[in-house]
Ligand binder design. Structure first.
Ligand SMILES: Nc1ncnc2c1ncn2[C@@H]1O[C@H](COP(=O)(O)OP(=O)(O)OP(=O)(O)O)[C@@H](O)[C@H]1O
Ligand SMILES: [Mg+2]
Length: 252
């Protein structure tokens, strides 16, 4: 037998007054469920608290994903490891635990176009959000452009969310060669975050080509790589392009 609706009015009101945002609306359903499933004495209390916590967590994740700039739909669960045999699933699974983020370590995803670097970086970003880390996903060019403007307007660089995020994902570093000023801004980002936050970088340039990508400045490239690689998980993906596979499918 379920509780009459009026019996729920008082506890519902108390829940509302206590700042519960979701449980009051579903109190009737939860009470019915507790009776139907013959839950023990404290069962309904657990259901109410559990529902409230679960819904708040869902909302937190939804908001954090929006704020992060992560692309929609790129998850580790959606990654086809059979296609990309160069990617060791066990290494990705280890990274998915977010231990690297807890330890403020970096992840470098290197390899030619289309092998899934950005997809994996985004998938790791989603895991980090789910695990409660603040995440920013941005293309390297976009962040550097923003920092360039910040310098011009006198806005402190650290005010950018990207710099203070627990996990910063810099996508597509090296698509365009950087000039000296841009390379220096990248140095500032990496130096600022060194041992303070985890940075994930995707690049189609191997580290040997970084000096050339960084305005030919060997000293700056060394300073950046030194900090980046000190605590770093490097994944070199040498496989086929997933984009070309999809094109093959369309053509055939
Ligand atoms: N193994 C995979 N399983 C599922 N989808 C994949 C896989 N690899 C790549 N993709 C998809 O193929 C497209 C290209 O992958 P992605 O953008 O991650 O490549 P990339 O290595 O970052 O390439 P680029 O160097 O050009 O940026 C994306 O839509 C991505 O979701
Ligand atoms: Mg990419």
């Amino acid at each position: 037998m379920s509780a009459p609706a009026t019996d729920l009015d008082r506890p519902r009101k108390l829940l509302q007054e206590m700042g519960f945002e979701f449980a009051p609306d579903v109190l009737g359903e939860l009470a019915e469920r507790a009776v139907r499933e013959k839950l023990p004495q404290l069962g309904l209390l657990e259901l109410v608290l559990g529902t409230e916590r679960e819904r708040r967590e869902e909302r937190r994740i939804k908001t954090a994903l929006k704020l992060s700039g992560l692309p929609v739909g790129k998850t580790l669960e959606g990654f086809d490891y059979l296609f990309q045999r160069g990617v060791e699933k066990s290494r990705i699974e280890l990274l998915a635990t977010c231990e690297y983020a807890r330890r403020q370590e970096n992840v470098l995803l290197l390899g030619p176009p289309g092998v899934g670097k950005s997809h994996l970086a985004a998938g790791l970003g989603v895991k980090a959000v789910q695990n409660g880390f603040s995440v920013t996903f941005t293309s390297a060019d976009e962040l550097i452009e923003q920092l360039r403007r910040d310098e011009e307007t006198g806005r402190p660089l650290r005010r950018r969310r990207a710099l203070s995020s627990a996990v910063l994902i810099l996508d597509e570093l090296g698509f365009q060669a950087l000039d000296r000023r841009e390379a220096h801004l990248l140095f500032k980002v990496i130096a600022h975050r060194y041992e303070k936050g985890a940075t994930i970088i995707t690049s189609n340039k191997g580290v040997r080509d970084w000096p050339e990508m960084l305005a030919g400045d060997e000293a700056l490239a060394t300073a950046i790589l030194d900090r980046l690689l000190h605590h770093c998980h490097v994944l070199q993906i040498d496989g086929r392009s997933f984009r070309l596979r999809q094109m093959d499918k369309k053509v055939s």
